[in-house]
Design a protein around this ligand. Sequence first.
Ligand code: BG6
Length: 367
Amino acid sequence: EKAGYDHFMLKEIHEQPKAYRDTMLGRISEDGRSVELPELKMTAEQLKGINRVHIVACGTALHAGLVGKNVIESLVRIPVETDVASEYRYRSPIITPDTLVIVVSQSGETADTLAALREAQRCGARVLAITNVVGSSVAREADDVIITLAGPEIAVASTKAYSSQLIAFFLLGLYWAQTVGRKDEAEVANVLAAMQALPEQVEKILAQSEVIKQVAESISHHSSLFFIGRGVDYAVAMEGSLKLKEISYIHSEAYAAGELKHGTLALIEEGTPVIALLTQEDLYEKMLSNIKETKARGADVLGIVNEGREEEVAKSVDRQFAIPRTLPLLTPALSVIPLQLLSYYASLALGHDVDKPRNLAKSVTVE
Ligand code: BG6
């Protein structure tokens, strides 16, 4: 049932092109110029009445929510807050009648997320769920549901469910922007065309897994490392760091690159691995100067860069991995792939149980 792969996690990493296609299927108009979400019960008028969003989830799903915040804020221009479900529930969240609460959960059974959903509804919010499991508790109780079509995810560490949640956020953001008239047809069509290229671009990344495997083997000897990025790269850095911790038990920290100098730079010593994400062109120069700060302390830097930048970046980093070009908004759907592979191969190199890491359950049904 692992279809020839050594582990479910590797199989699921390789299923991402299909998961992207399936999640987009039937949700893009035939002419490729608009998003259709017939599953939403919420009317266009109701959607137009939403002026703020809370995204609530746990673990990897929360990290997808951080990307979702970026997507909704940049496409729709309404404020989005994200919160850990177990915190949200107990902090008397400020929910106004024009707040939409979005819960994200692969399993749809995470007790903390379910409790947050109920609390939001109790306070009068409309709840939209992004989940991978039809008929799950979250799917049944939410007012609206967008199902990700990643297929069953067996490995405890989430890969294809996370990335399909990103696709769901792209679709929702575009649908919303077109409904409220924030984006015209040409702009929506442009993003949709880029989205439809993602599955093939992921294939291209997967074909270069060997490069990442070598980096993973070298980092597996270290006890601590850093993931840095700015903007949406910071959100992806957080997911890369969590994935590594979850299955390799190597300590790592994700940092907003510009924040390093305000506290933790001293932890970077000779040889400390730093994974630097550089997919956001407008933040590129700033990232390079943050990388320089780490290099000055002896960091061994792996840069995740956009294709075409390799030559320029070569003098600033020790090693690099190039991802195919896409729109800045969509890069997380590509940049997370090498990070998933990195944690997979690091865990493998250390001889851990990749699919069933210690102290972690696929879905936690206690609060
Ligand atoms: C944790 C899992 O308990 O729950 C994580 O170990 C997962 O891998 C998190 O990301 C959230 O799960 P779900 O099913 O709500 O997305």
